[in-house]
Ligand binder design. Structure first.
Ligand code: SF4
Ligand code: MG
Length: 335
């Protein structure tokens, strides 16, 4: 089986004093071995909640998976207890975050922190662990790995810390890497190097990646497939070529139109240049959630939720496709 991760009808809900907030409200996607899938959308669309659901890292007192399955290597991890999850996390599935300073512990050396997953997931002896760590630091392009081993996070530059985070994520040869805005905090040159590095390791180890980003330049560089999320739902899904050459959903079109030429800072600003903002998940519009910002919104969009229309190798959740699908009701998926 070539599918590493199969997410089916995932619903992640938060219980707040204002009631239930549906942060992720029924999403379906697959990740194949060795492939990179981009999870794209503005802040608040449900990308990070999706990744925390997969990692089993949702805040327990607030959030719960209300429905659906997350099948990893054929096993539904939403049914696993914490002990079994811990065996997978940092081992078969690992994650790198945007800001390495918050995920590295300031009071432990790099060597001590990189030993943790090896202690937890392998039976390596101390000297073997150190050897493995030095190898991994070398692989991610860290100079003088032996001395970095004994240094503390604050002694490293941002780019070096991100390399350490990548080596931490890679130590146990994960089958799936979840990278949440892995290069956003870095300057353009370092960003390019880190992306190149992630690609190299992916190809060498035939690893799968879920790349969470709002940067379509990074998507173009890295991804095979793209999932566009808006307000807790998938609004469009297709292979990378199709997304850039023939985007069907007005939100995707908006994201692409707002994409400028070259500089990263421009790119970040421009995503916000679709007029308006993502609705709060506790104040979702009644019909299509994108309607308040959509240049094509029709009467119907304000009252009825559009289904996800299945084209060949492409899906789009928009009433504009209704005409094309008349009499082909079976090709819709509701939810
Ligand atoms: Fe725009 Fe209507 Fe399509 Fe929503 S369903 S994206 S409002 S045209
Ligand atoms: Mg996020």
């Amino acid at each position: 089986n070539n599918v590493v991760l199969n997410v089916r009808n995932l619903k992640t809900h938060f219980h707040t004093s204002h009631g239930i907030v549906k942060a992720v409200d029924g999403i379906d996607f697959k990740v194949e071995r060795g492939k990179t899938i981009g999870l794209v959308g503005e802040s608040g669309c449900g990308k990070s909640v999706t990744s925390l659901s997969i990692m089993g890292l949702l805040p327990k007192s607030l959030a719960r998976i209300a429905d659906g399955e997350i099948n990893f290597d054929g096993v539904d991890i939403t049914k696993m207890n914490e002990k079994s999850l811990r065996k997978i996390r940092g081992n078969d599935i690992s994650m790198i975050f945007q800001e390495p300073m918050t995920s590295l512990n300031p009071v432990f050396t790099i060597g001590q922190q990189l030993s943790e997953p090896l202690k937890q997931h392998t039976k390596l002896k101390k000297a073997e662990m150190k050897k493995r760590i030095i190898e991994m630091l070398t692989l991610v392009g860290i100079p003088r790995p032996e001395s970095i081993y004994d240094e503390y996070p604050h002694q490293l530059s941002g780019g070096m810390r991100q390399r350490v985070m990548i080596s931490l994520a890679m130590l146990c040869n994960p089958k799936l890497l979840i990278a949440d805005e892995p290069t956003t905090a870095l300057d353009v040159t370092i960003q390019a190097q880190i992306l190149e590095l992630i690609k190299e390791i992916r190809d060498k180890q035939n690893m799968s990646i879920i790349l969470i980003t709002h940067d379509l330049g990074v998507v173009a560089e890295m991804c095979d497939e793209v999932v566009i999320m808006y307000a807790g739902l998938i609004v469009e899904q297709a292979d990378i070529r199709t997304i850039f050459d023939n985007p069907k959903h007005p939100y995707t079109q908006g994201l692409l139109n707002s994409r400028p030429g070259t500089s990263t800072s421009e790119r970040k600003q421009n995503l916000a240049s679709i007029p308006g903002s993502v609705p709060r998940p506790d104040e979702l519009p009644k019909g299509c959630t994108f309607a308040p910002r959509c240049p094509f919104a029709m009467e119907k969009c304000l009252t009825a939720k559009p289904p996800l229309y299945n084209f060949d190798n492409q899906q789009s959740r928009c009433w504009l496709h209704e005409e094309e699908f008349k009499g082909k009701e079976r090709e819709l998926s509701y939810g």
